[in-house]
Every structure is written in C-alpha cells, then in structure tokens.
Design a protein around this ligand. Structure first.
Ligand code: BES
Ligand code: MN
Ligand code: ZN
Length: 505
C-alpha cells in the first residue's frame, strides 16, 4: 500500500483531484464537513444526505458514483455530531473507509477527512490512526499457505488530502506512521510464525537483517557466552530443549555518543510448553506468541530506525524455548542468576521472569536513561485487565512516576493503552523461599504483581518499567493473530523523548 500527501488550496481545489474515489466526512443532522462542501458545488452530497441514505452516525458510509467532479466516486463517511468528533469516532470512521477501500473497483483513492478537527488530537495523531487502520485491513499472513491469495481488488494507492499550509507537517507525520505500520507488520509476522520456524535463531537472524538494512549494531550471544556471563537463571530455562538459545543485542545509536540510551528488553520464549510444570493441551498452540515482547522490540527498532530517530535505543532479547525433557529443570531446583541472587524454581512455567532477570542484570552495563521490559508474562494480567490494556509496573518514586506517566501518555495518544498496577513490599513477601533468596512464583493472588515484584529485584541500578502484554499482544478465536501491540506505545514513547528531552533520571 502506497501513501502520499496531496495538498489543496484555492488554486488547487479538492474538486479537481483525479482519483478513483475520494472519501469525505459528513455529520449528523445533514451537515457537511468543510471538505464535503468543497466537493459539493452541484449539491450531490447534500441531496444524498437529504435522501436519508446516510445518517452521519460514526462509521456509516455511502458510496456515490454520479459525482460531477474529477473523482470517479465519492465515499461519504459519518463522523457523528459536528464539533463533537472524538478519537473513537474518528477511528470507527477510518476503519469503515478501510473496509470500503478494500473491496472497491478503484485502485487509487484520496482520503479527505477533517484530520485536525478531532478533540484532544492533532493532525499527526489522526494521520497515524488512518494509516494504521488502512494497513491493518491490508495485512495478510499467508507465509505458511501453499497458495497465496492474490490481492487483485481494492485500493492500493492512497493520498491524504491536506490543506496546503499543513502539508509539510503532515508529510513528516505520514512518514512516521508508515514506519510505525512497517514495524507493527514485522512484530505481527514474527508472532504469527509457528514455533518450528520462528526459533531463537530465527529471531537472531531477523535482528541481523534489520542491522544490515538499517545500519544498526547487532551482537548475538550463544550458550557458551551466556555461561561465561553466569546467566544461570536464563540457562536453566533452556535445559529441556534441543533448540539453541540466543541473547540478542540490537543498537540504534541515533543520539549523541554520550547520551544514555533507552533500553528495551523483550521476552523471547519462542514456545512455552510450561516445561515440567506442563501446561494443559487446549490452546497451547498460542504459546508460540510467547515471544511477542521480543517481536515488539524488533518492530519498534525497525520503526525508529526507518524514522531516523535521534535517540540512542538498545533492544535486548533473551530467547529460548521452554520444554520438558529428561534434562529439563525440575520444580524445586535452585539456580543462581547473573546478579548472584539465588532462585528456587517452584514452577517451571514461570519462566519469563527467569530469562528476563538475567537480561535486566546484563543491561546495567549500558548505564541506561531508562529500561522498559516487555513480556507476555502472566495469565493473571488477562484476568486483571482483559485484552484492552497492557499492565504497567514501576516502583513508586518521582523518577518512576515520571517514566510511568510518559508510557501511559504514549499509550493514550496512540490508542495502545496501558494501565498501572502497584509494586509494594507486601506483595514482595509472597516470593519468600525456604531454600533460596527468592521463589519464582508468589502463589495465586495478584500473579501479575508478584511477577513484576520478582523483576523489580533485578532493576535497582536504573529507572525501570515493566509492560505485561499477555492480554494485548495477540487475539484468540476466529480472528487469531498478533496485534502488533505495544509497538505504537513504545514508538510514541521514544518519539516524545526526543521531542521534549524528558529524562526519567
Ligand atoms: N507465557 C505465560 C503467560 C501467559 C499465559 C501469557 C497465557 C498469555 C496467555 C507465562 O510464562 C506463564 O506460564 N505464566 C504462568 C505463571 C504462573 C506459573 C505463576 C501463568 O500465568 O499461569
Ligand atoms: Mn510459562
Ligand atoms: Zn511464558
């Protein structure tokens, strides 16, 4: 799908744009948007509204063919009450446009929506929503199908019509949005690939390819190097599998050499069977998605590299399979993490925290400005927050409140929302072990919080946040598939850091 900006003004009026279809907004009570008025010299749109064929409620649509302008078709899209357009209304509307465009006989179209007239949103936000909606409808995952469906139908070239005075800013926003969509597609592809293809080695090769394509630095550590680093906790998770573990470090050094980097750490369990604490069979296939944290780190790095973000960002991915076998780690085993702290593994299915804790110790060497880990960490997070919000955890002091605020705001502005949950000493007590410094599980109550408390013990040397994406990274059921979340949140968070030079330390 090819995107561009077309500017319009009095000299280059909207009505002279030659295109297969132009989409414009209409409101309830028969009101036309500014763009609709510009196209309606002959009263075709006003007559359509009067006929009652479209109510103007958000997401309603009507295709007109007898347009009397240069465009072959006009697609009317309802945006609700005039002057009352929320980002939800706008999103419903662009998804309706995307659905129509996907089946249209035209191959090119113009989107002429009121981009800068949405409450609490600027044109940059609505351009991003538009691109993400259109790209979401165009996304197919057919890498594993023997016969690929040809995409013969639908609109492939889309121009966003923008008033000439706003065109320059819109071009930047569009380029960033396309980069974000490209990053999300990578994240979705990696998530959707089966675990027999998307192995730790596959993730490492993907990182190497990104490094080559976008001039990033990459380093991949193998088992021997991890042993030398004393990553006893991470390595214990790999005991039951023949698949080689990888520890991936991918660097986008777009900032000044002396600037402390933001570090993203992604859980890369390419299949989580539970290990000896084996999971039940039903739905176990979905544990191929247990590397979605890692995939979101790669997708975010792809997005910011394409944008050319002037910030130092390091992605770190501990990756392996969690499998049962005669050599697998057993419940009750005690391991020593890279930090020196010992862990009693009471449940081998609480493996995410075991690979993350060593990665969180490893990243101390970067003297980070902030560290954010992203993980499909706990089923309990789905119980707490469902599939709407990712769980956000940090310590509770000023620096961490500021970091949490940045992440929550980035989520809100992109519709990729997170909700904050507490980390407190009373929960830490649940991790007490009779035989080691801590247990790897804290019992049934507050399972996501005790998991975050476990990670917290490995992050004392820097400002840190944890995102539990167990409920948001993929969808189950008929629409089973990766969502690309939280790449929008992470990318906006990083973009905002450059914009405002905020630091959490
Ligand atoms: N990868 C799972 C978490 C998960 C489960 C994510 C289902 C999404 C859907 C994680 O490794 C896990 O197994 N966690 C256990 C922890 C428990 C043993 C303390 C869980 O959530 O049941
Ligand atoms: Mn598990
Ligand atoms: Zn897991």
């Amino acid at each position: 799908m090819d995107f561009s900006i077309k500017s319009f003004d009095a000299k280059n009026p909207l009505s002279t744009l030659k295109t297969g279809c132009i989409a414009v907004a209409v409101f309830e009570d028969g009101k036309l948007s500014r763009e609709a008025k510009l196209l309606d010299a002959k009263g075709v749109i006003a007559a359509a509204l009067k006929s009652g064929d479209i109510s103007g409620k958000p997401g309603t649509s009507l295709l007109l063919r007898d347009t009397h302008i240069a465009a072959a078709r006009i697609l009317l899209i309802g945006l609700g009450k005039e002057g009352d357009t929320t980002d939800k209304h706008f999103n419903v509307a662009v998804h309706a446009v995307a659905r129509s465009f996907a089946t249209l006989g035209a191959s090119d179209a113009v989107l002429a929506l009121p981009f800068s007239q949405v409450k609490h949103r600027d044109a940059g936000d609505t351009i991003r929503s538009s691109v993400l909606a259109l790209r979401e409808h165009a996304y197919r995952f057919d890498a594993m199908k023997s016969k690929k469906e040809a995409m013969s139908h639908g609109v492939k070239k889309i121009a966003l019509a923008i008033p000439a005075a706003e065109a320059a800013a819109a071009k930047t926003a569009l380029a960033q949005s396309v980069a974000l969509a490209n990053g999300m597609d990578l994240t979705k592809d990696l998530g959707n690939l089966p675990a027999n293809i998307c192995t730790p080695t596959y993730l490492a090769n993907t990182a190497k390819k990104l490094a080559k394509d976008f001039k990033l630095d990459v380093e991949v550590l193998d088992r021997k190097q991890m042993q030398a680093l004393k990553m006893g906790s991470f390595l214990s998770v790999t005991n039951g599998t023949a698949e080689a573990p990888k520890f991936i470090v991918l660097k986008h050094l777009g900032g000044k050499a002396k600037d402390a980097p933001v570090v993203l750490v992604g859980k890369g369990i390419t299949f989580d069977s539970g290990g000896i604490s084996l999971k039940p069979g039903a739905g176990m296939d979905e544990m191929k998605y247990d590397m979605c944290g890692a995939a979101s780190v790669l997708g975010t790095l792809r997005a910011i590299a394409e944008i050319g973000l002037k910030l130092n960002v390091i992605g770190v991915i501990p990756s392996c399979e969690n499998m049962p076998s005669g050599t697998a780690t057993k419940p009750g085993d005690v391991v020593t993490s890279m930090s020196g702290q010992t862990i009693e593994i009471l449940n081998t299915d609480a493996e995410g925290r075991l690979i993350l804790c060593d990665a969180l110790t490893y990243v101390e060497r970067f003297k980070p400005a902030a560290v954010v880990d992203i993980a499909t960490l706990t089923g309990a997070c789905i119980t707490a927050l469902g599939h709407h919000n990712s769980g956000l955890f940090t310590r509770h002091d000023d620096a961490h409140d500021a970091l949490a605020g940045e992440l929550l705001a980035a989520g809100k502005s992109t519709g990729d929302t997170a909700w904050r949950l507490p980390i407190e000493d009373s929960y830490q007590e649940q991790l007490k072990s009779n035989f080691a410094d801590m247990a790897n599980i804290g019992g049934a109550p507050a399972g996501s919080i005790t998991a975050a408390c476990f990670l917290e013990r490995y992050t004392k040397k820097y400002t840190w946040a944890h995102l539990d994406i167990a409920g948001t990274a993929w969808k189950s059921g008929a629409a089973k598939g990766a969502t690309g979340r939280p790449v929008p949140l992470l990318t906006a968070f990083l973009l905002n850091r450059v914009g405002s030079k905020k630091t959490a330390q």
